[in-house]
Design a protein around this ligand. Structure first.
Ligand SMILES: Nc1ncnc2c1ncn2[C@@H]1O[C@H](COP(=O)(O)OP(=O)(O)OP(=O)(O)O)[C@@H](O)[C@H]1O
Length: 305
């Protein structure tokens, strides 16, 4: 029997060439990415970069000027929209309504029977640690607990895709861990998961892939390892060299000197052996350690480019 033929990826969430203007201001330009079933995609960018605009267009609460959004290869229409678990940036629960009532109402709006809705609400409030607040009005909860209820609202109807705008903001570390586990479980069930965040350590920890956007455009996309491999290398040299010893060496784009060592930033043309040689010829070398930038450093490089 012949080996199975590798097929190109299909399904998942496709965002294809989205453009959006607010008056003269271009909020999105040719925004394109694809999230596979089972993939957690981190959507990061500075304030005002266009994350919420993209997510609102995915859900269909905002119309794009150009481009399209597909879920499992089909344009997102009203029926598909009901299968998206969405957490909007502006939140949007009714403050006077009780937690449980509100979540059951939302689950029924998404097509669940009353009994099923009740069952799912019990599950999610308890999982997200707000089970004891189920009969309280949402507005009486702390902001972090309101956030947990908002997450329950996105999860309660068993969504086929998750689109979450800043789901981790305002959560305490325990809730962050619970939420991270929930996203991983959803992805393991085959759900494409997308979330925006400014907490880059968290994004680096849990996302399979990351998209960095700036001024409405996708500037870098890939796994964290891919992106780190593309960034400049840092080189820590501990030794007795005089300040300035690495200035002008090929591929050294930045050098910071301090007593006992230097931190160098190298581009792809740098030759570490040549740098080591230069260091040895100007002093003793006690340490020589290259490292790749973390996501926060990459983010700074990408958005300032
Ligand atoms: N309703 C609107 N009218 C006019 N301009 C808008 C509107 N909504 C967003 N914008 C502008 O579009 C750009 C993108 O905004 P968006 O809210 O999508 O950014 P964001 O990446 O989500 O930012 P943040 O991290 O601050 O939430 C910004 O310059 C913003 O000022």
């Amino acid at each position: 029997m012949s080996a199975p033929i590798a097929r190109p990826p299909s399904g998942g969430l496709s965002v294809d060439g989205l453009g959006k203007r607010y008056g003269d201001k271009v909020a999105l330009h040719d925004m394109t990415f694809h999230i596979q079933p089972g993939e957690i995609f981190g959507f990061v960018g500075s304030n005002g970069a266009g994350k919420s605009t993209t997510m609102r267009i995915i859900l269909g609460v905002l119309a794009a000027d150009t481009g399209r959004v597909l879920l499992d290869d089909k344009p997102v229409d009203l029926a598909i929209r009901r299968r998206i678990g969405y957490m909007p940036e502006e939140r949007g629960l009714y403050p006077k309504m009780k937690v449980g009532q509100q979540l059951e109402y939302l689950a029924e709006l998404h097509g669940m029977s009353r009994a099923e809705a009740h069952d799912r609400v019990q599950h999610w409030v308890s999982r997200l640690g707000v089970g004891e607040r189920i009969d309280d009005a949402v507005g009486d909860l702390s902001l972090g607990n309101q956030q947990r209820v908002q997450l329950a609202a996105a999860l309660v109807a068993d969504p086929a895709v998750l689109v979450l705008d800043e789901p981790f903001s305002g959560l305490d570390p325990v809730a962050v861990d619970v939420m991270s586990d929930v996203l991983k479980e959803k992805a393991a069930d085959g759900v494409p998961v997308m979330f925006s965040s400014h907490q880059l350590d968290l994004v680096q920890r849990i996302c399979h892939r990351v998209g960095i956007i700036a001024r409405g455009e996708m500037r870098a996309i890939g796994t964290v390892d891919d992106l780190r491999a593309r960034g400049n290398v840092r080189l820590e040299v501990a030794g007795t060299q005089p300040p300035g010893w690495a200035d002008g060496l090929p591929g050294v784009v930045e050098a910071a000197y301090r007593p006992g060592g230097a931190a160098l930033t190298l581009d792809a043309t740098a030759d570490d052996q040549q740098i080591l040689h230069a260091a040895l010829s100007t002093g003793a070398v006690h340490g020589f350690s290259p490292s790749r930038p973390d996501l926060t450093e990459l983010f700074r490089e990408v958005v300032s480019a």
